[in-house]
Design a protein around this ligand. Structure first.
Ligand SMILES: [Zn+2]
Length: 488
């Protein structure tokens, strides 16, 4: 069932577009560059050409942004779109990471076909777009020998139909985990490397404002491949000019496994296998010691910080301020919907803001015990989390013309309306979408084209999609039960 038509083309039909009279513009920059003094943005051919207080030009299309706040479109650096049909699975609702992996993504993995993956991807991308997200890096690890559909093709197609930038992180494993019943379902390393080369040829654009990218991303550095294979994969990726991504140090299990298998810490393993550097970023990095933080920082390795998923699975709170101070490239991500039922970058930013302060305050010590009393509220600012979720994400992905509102940068722009009661009474409107935990996206532009227009995604019937989602969930439940009973 196809309920998407092509995205409308606000930026294409006029000589230029002027977004005018915003109550505030956050640029995605850090420190003193985080806010624009002006209230208007001019766009031409998908690129920002001016920001300031700008009088309209003849024949220019003018977008009235009065009462609205303007941010760069969010850049989500770690997701599993397939999980958009695996929300709130009862068997994993109160589980930590490892039993959750068994009860949720790996239980349903082999049930997916082309149509189910397409429906899941569409739901997840639409959720993200409606939160103001324009770029999505999806860590897709549904691969097994003999599969009869190309997940990469489906995911790129769905993102393109909505007009979103899409980065495929090609997951996969040559080693099975203990909870995978059929150990013959992993890939051969040579097949994995061949597919990476194929994907690069078919989809990868190395440009700084690319709409399509490919990244080499074994599912988890610790468990998916042995150390020799990891080294080979990193060399292969770099020879093709591709970035590296994976899960790492999400829970204490990573520390236990690394000590047992490799007699070192997880980050030392990454160092030994060529898996550190400015072209590498990891999801989570929750459980780290001081030396690991320094090593990550010295190599400018990146993080996809996923505080909601880390909270949901009781993994912990990543030491995000310490990582930033050490030199790590910080980005934000929602992770899969199976462990974070809100694929909402604005909400993720809100939670990142709170969690970092909660972690800082948790360490506060009374003065009588040698501490400094109350502290921690200045550990992370709203401007910091907006920077992480926009320019930070673009840096991690190597999309250097994305994620910042400045002349010459891509016109990836989220315009938020502040019309809900929660926004009434706010003194500093520029930060209201984050501190109030939400605002409606009035318009989302990616490369100057409307992905969300007047609060809606053109051509999308949400009632129809909801019906399709219910049918898909019923089908997944049926297939998982049939699979379980046939393997008994
Ligand atoms: Zn993940």
């Amino acid at each position: 069932m196809d309920n998407i038509e092509s995205a409308s083309k606000i930026g294409d039909v006029q000589p230029s577009l002027l977004i005018r009279g915003a109550a505030g513009i956050l640029t995605g920059g850090s420190g003193t560059t985080s806010r624009s003094q002006g209230h208007d943005i001019r766009i031409r051919n998908g690129v920002i050409v001016a920001i300031g207080d700008l009088p309209p030009e003849p024949r220019e299309q003018v977008f009235d942004a009065s009462g609205c706040v303007v941010y760069p479109a969010w850049v989500n650096t770690h997701h599993h779109l397939a999980q958009s049909l695996l929300k709130g699975v009862p068997g994993g609702i109160n589980s930590t990471l490892t039993p959750w992996l068994s009860a949720v993504p790996f239980r349903f993995r082999k049930c997916f076909d082309e149509q189910l993956l397409r429906t899941a991807a569409r739901i997840g991308l639409i959720e993200l777009a409606l939160s103001g997200c324009g770029t999505v890096a999806d860590h897709h690890y549904m691969y097994w020998p003999g599969m009869d559909f190309d997940g990469a093709q489906i995911l790129f197609e769905e993102a393109e139909r909505l007009g979103m930038r899409f980065v495929l992180c090609r997951g996969g494993a040559t080693q099975s985990r203990h909870f995978e019943k059929n150990t013959r379902e992993v890939e051969q390393l040579s097949d994995y490397l061949d597919d990476v080369s194929r994907l690069k040829g078919e989809f990868h654009d190395p440009g700084p404002n690319a709409m399509r990218r490919v990244v080499v991303a074994p599912t988890t550095v610790m468990f998916s491949m042995d150390s020799g294979e990891l080294r080979e994969v990193a060399e292969h990726a770099r020879s093709l000019g591709l970035r590296l991504h994976s899960h790492l140090s999400e829970t204490v299990l990573y520390q236990e496994a690394s000590r047992e298998k490799y007699h070192c810490t997880p980050i030392q393993l990454a160092e030994k296998t060529g898996w550190l550097g400015a072209d590498v970023w990891y999801a989570h990095l929750v459980k780290l010691d001081r030396a690991e933080i320094e090593l990550l920082g010295a190599t400018h390795t990146g993080i996809a910080h996923c505080p909601q998923s880390n909270g949901r699975l009781a993994s912990g709170i990543a030491p995000i301020r310490a990582l930033q101070d050490a030199g790590v490239q910080i980005s934000l991500a929602v992770d899969g919907a199976g462990s974070n039922e809100a694929a909402d970058m604005l909400h993720e930013a809100h939670v990142a803001w709170l969690m970092a302060r909660a972690r800082a305050g948790q360490g506060a010590t009374p003065r009588y015990a040698g501490g400094r009393g109350e502290e921690g509220a200045d550990s992370v600012t709203v401007e910091d989390v907006i920077h992480w979720g926009t320019a930070g994400g673009a840096t991690v992905l190597g999309l250097h013309d994305v994620g910042t509102l400045a002349p010459g940068k891509a016109a990836d722009i989220a315009i938020y309306e502040l019309d809900q009661p929660r926004h009434f009474g706010v003194h500093d409107l520029s930060i209201a979408p984050v501190i109030c935990d939400g605002a409606t996206v009035k318009t989302l532009l990616v490369a100057g084209k409307a992905v969300v227009e007047d609060r809606k995604i053109p051509g999308i019937d949400l009632v129809e999609l909801a019906f399709e989602a219910r049918q898909a969930v019923d089908r997944l439940k049926y297939l998982a039960e049939r699979q379980a009973s046939s393997s008994e």
